[in-house]
Design a protein around this ligand. Structure first.
Ligand SMILES: [Zn+2]
Ligand SMILES: [Zn+2]
Length: 316
C-alpha cells in the first residue's frame, strides 16, 4: 500500500458580489468587493481547479469573531475585520470527509455543517448494548437450577482425514509458487486506489490517496497433498472405541494416500426427571467411561438459554 498526502485550498463564492472559486486560506476577503469570507459557504473544489498549499502549519479549525462573526485563523489575537479581541470565540463548521467512489464521483462532504455538532448519543447506546450482553452472559452462567440426571446413552466416534498426493491447479503470488511447480500463466492486476478528502476547517483540506501495491499473480500446476475423504467409525458403550481401518496406497507417488488429522468424540446422554434429554461431550475416553449406564448425577441446568453445565456433574 502506498500513500500520498497533500493539502489544498478549500474554495468559496462571494455572497456579496457573486465572484466564484475564491481560495479558502489565502483569500479571507473578496478581492473584488472586499466582502468577508463566510466559512459556511466553503466547498471542495473541482479536481482541475485544485490549488495546493505548501508548508501550511495547521493550527486548528478557524474560529468566529465574537463581535462581527468573521472567520479568523486560530492564531489571531484580534479580529482583522473589526479589531475585536478573539476571546470567547467559537469554532467554525466544516464539511467533514469526502470519499471517491470506484466510478470517480465524490461522496459526502456536501452540505455545509453549521458550527460544532451536538454530542452524539451513539457511545451511550453502544455502552448499553455491551452492558446488556455482559448481564446476559453473567446471568446465563450464574442462574442455574439443580437437576438429577440419569445416564441413558453413550456413544463414541473416531475420524481420520485421508489425503491424496495429486496434481492441483492454483493461483497465488508468483513469489509463493512452490519449487517444482509448472507455471501456466502470469498476470499483474491494476492497482486500486482510494482517495479521501478531509475539510480541516481553516480554509484547507487534506487529500489522501492510497493505492494497493499490485503483486504479480501466477497460475500453476503442482503436486500437493489434498484432503479427499474422512473415514469414520462409531459405536456405543460396550464396543471398544477403535480407529477406522484404512486401506491406503502409501508412498509419495501421484495418487498415493496418507492419514491426516485424527479426531475423537465421546458423548454421554442424560435424561432429567422432567423428561428432557441433555448431551455432554468429552475429548477423552477415560472421562467418558466413568459414566455407567443408569448411574445418577447431580447437575446444573442453565435457566437462561437452557442446556446442561457439563462441568457441574457430580455423582450421587
Ligand atoms: Zn465580492
Ligand atoms: Zn470581528
Amino acid at each position: 500500500m502506498s500513500t500520498v498526502e497533500k493539502t489544498y485550498e478549500m474554495q468559496w463564492d462571494c455572497e456579496f458580489c457573486g465572484v466564484k472559486h475564491l481560495l479558502g486560506l489565502s483569500q479571507r476577503f473578496c478581492p473584488t468587493c472586499g466582502g468577508p469570507q463566510n466559512p459556511a459557504k466553503r466547498y471542495f473544489p473541482e479536481e482541475s481547479a485544485k490549488v495546493a498549499v505548501e508548508d501550511h502549519p495547521f493550527v486548528g479549525a478557524d474560529v468566529t469573531c465574537p463581535a462581527c462573526r468573521h472567520a479568523m485563523s486560530r492564531n489571531c489575537q484580534n479580529c482583522s475585520n473589526c479589531g475585536s479581541p478573539m476571546g470567547g470565540s467559537t469554532q467554525v463548521g466544516n464539511l467533514g470527509e469526502q470519499k471517491q467512489s470506484a466510478g470517480g464521483e465524490w461522496q459526502g462532504g456536501g452540505g455545509a455543517a453549521p458550527a460544532p455538532a451536538r454530542k452524539s448519543k451513539l457511545p451511550l447506546i453502544l455502552g448499553l448494548i455491551v452492558l446488556a450482553i455482559i448481564v446476559f452472559l453473567v446471568v446465563r452462567v450464574t442462574l442455574t437450577k439443580g437437576a438429577v440426571l440419569t445416564v441413558a446413552r453413550q456413544s463414541w466416534s473416531r475420524e481420520i482425514a485421508v489425503e491424496r498426493f495429486d496434481e492441483v491447479e492454483k493461483t497465488a503470488g508468483c513469489s509463493e509458487v512452490p519449487s517444482g511447480a509448472r507455471i501456466l500463466s502470469r498476470s499483474t492486476p491494476t492497482p486500486t486506489c482510494t482517495t479521501k478528502r478531509v475539510d480541516k476547517g481553516d480554509g484547507t483540506f487534506k487529500e489522501t490517496k492510497q493505492c494497493t501495491e499490485p503483486k504479480e499473480q501466477c497460475s500453476f500446476r503442482a503436486d500437493q497433498w489434498k484432503q479427499v475423504s474422512v473415514a469414520k467409525e462409531t459405536g456405543q458403550l460396550g464396543v471398544t472405541p477403535a480407529w477406522p481401518k484404512l486401506d491406503l496406497r502409501l508412498g509419495t507417488c501421484r495418487g498415493c494416500e496418507r492419514e491426516a488429522a485424527k479426531t475423537e468424540r465421546y458423548t454421554v446422554g442424560f435424561d432429567a426427571a422432567d423428561g428432557k434429554a441433555y448431551d455432554c461431550e468429552f475429548g477423552d475416553e477415560n472421562a467418558w467411561k466413568r459414566f455407567a449406564k443408569g448411574a445418577t448425577f447431580a447437575g446444573k441446568i442453565r435457566v437462561v438459554g437452557g442446556g446442561l453445565d457439563c462441568d457441574s456433574l457430580k455423582a450421587k
